[in-house]
Design a protein around this ligand. Structure first.
Ligand code: ZN
Ligand code: CU
Length: 491
């Protein structure tokens, strides 16, 4: 039986407590033993003295639904130390109720080309992930906009009673097949006409399961507070834990509101399981939204079907070249994607450091010129927020990237380094780990990540990616009572 011992690293176990020097032994895909470090390390073990060892990072917010199948090496994630990705966010997913035909409702194009959406059921998608075997584990949510695309003839309206039940039935089927929850993207044009009642009717499938409700709020701008109230009401209706996706205060008029917004979440969290995710950058990214084309927000074009030559340029420069207003230039670029420099650093700091916040990259893996969060989020939290700014301690940062996310999504045997748990681990140099992806050079792997194990298999070592693909499609454990299991989470 093959056994690996990682010897002498400072072990951060995912709970947020201080590190301690330990030898960690992996056997048959699990953590077999954690013992005080022997000095010098036993022969045959991996000498990890001077390095940090942590649970593999859990990317709490991704759009990797299809790339786990089409590009299963997952280089952008493994090189950061990520061992599990949560897919199906923002109302879009490939795992159930996907659109067919050759046009995808916005923003489903973020996930891949129309022909890649070929899974009629969640079980078929899960089987395809199993058959592929990506390098990271996958936990999947079911997207509301994807369900709408399947059951509604047009998306600029509220769903009928019959359509709501059809969507709820699809969600229930997916939950039974292992989906971890339900997501919405209510700010997007193809979901904004869905009433709160519609979302509640579909989300009701979460009742009696451990599934979570994740939401890209109906507004991240001036309507954010009302949007949080709506999200909490939906989660309560569904008796499901709430995850507010990529919490931010977007647009200059919203800057400085993060304190009040977090307080609003705190109040809800006192009586309901509530959390959020956040990426460590002051720019957002998605499809090009005309509503966000305002003079205060510098915008970079990440892709454009109509004008591919403009990719990587600022919208204001393109507009000046063309001699038109930025809004007209944006119309001419469509369909397109963009990076929006729309947040204030103080708000990002406050949200990122908050105890309810997990780290989610929200990386867009199909963009030709992606936001650097795709390749840099996790190392950046440590390099920028722990080491450079001192905003977080290292154990607290690691907890946000591991145990907290595992608890929130119900990944019962991951997120911690404990005997018996799955051997998802990352070994890094705490003095050197850093993001190298930049807005003008975004596809750069991180520095200082020296070892990644997924289900006990070495997926990255000092020489780089090993090519191993030991990730699993994770399936939600059945019949757990969320309030019993998660009730103490917000302490
Ligand atoms: Zn989103
Ligand atoms: Cu997203």
């Amino acid at each position: 039986m093959t056994e690996t011992t990682i010897a002498g690293a400072m072990l951060y176990d995912g709970t947020g407590s201080e590190g301690f020097l330990a030898d960690v032994t992996i056997r048959a895909g699990r953590i077999a033993a954690i013992t005080p470090a022997s000095d010098p390390p036993a022969t045959g073990s991996i000498d990890a003295r001077g390095l940090a060892l942590a649970p593999g990072f859990i990317d709490a917010h991704t759009h990797d639904d299809l790339v786990v199948i089409t590009r299963p090496l997952m280089t952008a994630k493994v090189t950061q130390g990520v061992t599990t990705v949560v897919v199906g966010n923002c109302g879009i997913s490939a795992g159930a109720g996907c659109a067919t035909g050759d046009t995808l409702p916005d923003p489903m194009v973020l996930l891949g080309a129309p022909e890649a959406f070929r899974y009629a059921t969640f079980a078929a998608y899960a089987a395809a992930v199993d058959a592929t075997g990506p390098a990271t584990n996958v936990a999947a949510l079911v997207g509301h906009t994807a369900l709408r695309a399947r059951h509604l003839d047009r998306l600029d309206r509220d769903a009928s009673v019959a359509e709501r039940s059809a969507m709820r039935a699809d969600l229930a089927e997916a939950l039974a097949a292992g989906a971890f929850g339900f997501s919405t993207g209510l700010a997007y044009a193809n979901a904004i006409q869905a009433s709160t009642d519609e979302v509640m009717a579909v989300a009701a499938a979460l009742r009696g399961t451990s599934g979570v409700y994740c939401t890209h709020l109906r507004s991240e701008g001036s309507g954010i507070s009302a949007a949080i109230d709506e999200a909490v009401a939906i989660a309560r209706h569904a008796t499901a834990p709430l995850v507010v996706s990529h919490l931010k205060c977007a647009g200059a008029p919203q800057h400085g509101r993060s304190g009040a917004i977090l307080e609003q979440l705190e109040v809800a969290a006192a009586t309901h399981p509530v959390g959020c995710d956040c990426y460590p950058y002051t720019a957002s990214s998605s499809t090009l939204d005309l509503g966000q084309v305002v003079p205060e927000t510098p915008i970079m074009i990440t892709w454009s079907d109509a004008e591919p030559a403009q990719v990587g340029r600022m919208l204001s420069e393109i507009a000046a070249d063309w001699g038109v207003a930025p809004l007209d230039a944006a119309k001419r670029l469509q369909p397109a994607g963009a990076v929006y420099h729309c947040m204030a650093e103080a708000d990002v700091d406050r949200i990122l450091a908050h105890r309810l916040t997990m780290i989610g990259s929200d990386g867009l893996p199909c963009d030709p010129r992606p936001h650097p969060r795709l390749w840099g989020s996790f190392p950046r939290v440590i390099a920028h927020y722990v080491r450079k700014r001192g905003l977080l301690s290292l154990p607290a940062a690691i907890r946000k990237m591991t145990g907290l996310a595992a608890d929130r999504f119900g990944l019962v045997d991951r997120g911690y380094v404990r005997a018996g748990m799955a051997a998802d681990l990352v070994l890094f140099d705490p003095a050197r780990i850093a993001d190298r992806a930049r807005y003008d050079d975004p596809e750069q792997p991180a520095a200082g990540v020296l070892g990644v194990w997924v289900n006990g298999v070495a997926t990255l070592d000092r020489a780089g990616m090993t090519g191993a693909r030991a990730g699993q499609m994770l399936r939600r454990p059945e019949s757990q009572n969320v309030f019993q299991r998660r009730g103490s989470m917000n302490e």
